[in-house]
Ligand binder design. Structure first.
Ligand SMILES: [Zn+2]
Length: 194
């Protein structure tokens, strides 16, 4: 369980920013963990803003919605730079589905953190081929804290770090409907990988 190193930094002269990455496969509870941290920041009277790439239109346009239906209002943005303009005077910036942004998200996260903001990024660390996903490796490198959350393998019940695509599509951005993917452990992922 991630414990905030310094929850109540408001009104202190030592407000430093930081970057936190929450990564893992599908069904690993990344968004739930993001929402948990954001709700705790709210309790600490921090001003919280949440963003996601507008490519993620699976659910309601303005909510970060996790698979178990806990939700927080969020702002869909087309480009990573939009977050700089929209996050103004907030203390904590949450970004969900961060793997869908381009490399610009890395410098955006750095700029926000260097302004003294706490930046919490949640995203898939690997795509359906088991390859590092988009900007995730770089974000993990520049973050102060990286949390890898695990799903349960839907084939054998072991811990799962991979997202196995059940359909034959090779399209990279294919969004996570439950029936298109399974969480898999390493063995079960590579056994059935096409
Ligand atoms: Zn397995």
């Amino acid at each position: 369980m991630f414990i905030e190193p310094s929850v109540n930094r408001k009104n202190t002269p030592f407000q430093k920013g930081q970057i936190e990455v929450i990564c893992g496969s599908m069904f690993s509870g990344k968004t739930e963990e993001l929402i948990r941290r954001l709700n705790r920041a709210k309790i600490a009277r921090q001003k919280v803003e949440i963003f996601k790439p507008s490519v993620d239109k699976r659910y309601h346009e303005e909510d970060v919605v996790s698979h178990n239906d806990t939700s927080i209002r969020s702002t869909p943005v087309n480009f990573a730079e939009d977050i700089l303009l929209l996050s103004g005077n907030c203390d904590v910036v949450g970004i969900d589905e961060v793997q869908f942004f381009d490399e610009q998200i890395v410098s955006v996260a750095q700029k926000l953190a260097n302004q003294g903001k706490r930046v919490i990024l949640a995203g898939l660390d690997m795509d359906f081929e088991g390859k590092p996903f988009g900007p995730m490796p770089k974000l993990m490198a520049v973050a102060e804290y990286v949390t890898k959350v695990h799903a349960i393998c839907m084939k054998c019940g072991d811990l799962a770090a991979f997202s196995f695509r059940l359909s034959d599509s090779k399209q990279k951005v294919m969004l996570g409907e439950k029936d298109s993917y399974e969480a898999r452990c390493r063995k079960c992922f590579y056994e059935d990988k096409r």
